[in-house]
Design a protein around this ligand. Structure first.
Ligand code: OFO
Length: 166
């Protein structure tokens, strides 16, 4: 059975993953309103991945006979600026999530909770990928700027993102 300390920390992370989904849905709607259907599509798929991250943690807690305690999900901002700002904010958000995952990982070690440590390894690896993907988009957006044909080309490429199956 999982400790109360670890359970509380994992429940907070579930809430954070759900907030990430909310944030990316809001950002996607914002991009859509700006006419960027491809960026909107990419962000909507990202929101789905965040929900999957929350569910994976919930299943882990349940397997450990822990209690899932879902809390209120904070409202995301209503405005994000241009597309470059949207992805700069996405990168900042993911860096914050990485920090939270690292803290959880450290907690699992102080709690001598090896099962949580192993489960959290997946999230540590995932955050490397999240930051790399979003960082690349930010670099590309900064290089092409938010005017002209380049951003529409990138928008059409972003629209080709498919949901991960596992
Ligand atoms: Fe769940 O990785 Fe992004 O936030």
């Amino acid at each position: 059975m999982i400790s109360r300390t670890m359970q509380d920390a994992l429940n907070l992370q579930i809430n954070m993953e759900q907030y990430s989904a909310q944030l990316y849905l809001a950002m996607g709607a914002h991009c859509d309103a700006l006419g960027f259907k491809g960026f909107a599509h990419w962000l909507r798929i990202q929101a789905g991945e965040e929900t999957a991250h929350a569910l994976k943690l919930m299943d882990f807690l349940l397997d450990r006979r822990g209690k899932v305690e879902l809390g209120k999900i904070a409202a995301p901002p209503q405005s994000f600026g241009g597309v470059i700002q949207v992805f700069e904010q996405t990168l900042l958000h993911e860096e914050g999530i990485t920090h939270k995952i690292n803290s959880l990982f450290a907690l699992s070690r102080t709690e001598l909770d090896y099962a949580s440590e192993i489960a959290l390894q997946w999230y540590v690896t995932e955050q490397v990928e999240e930051e790399a993907n979003v960082g690349q988009i930010v670099d590309q957006l900064r290089a092409i700027g938010d005017q002209g044909g380049g951003i529409w080309y990138l928008d059409s490429r972003m629209g080709k993102r498919t949901a991960r199956t596992a």
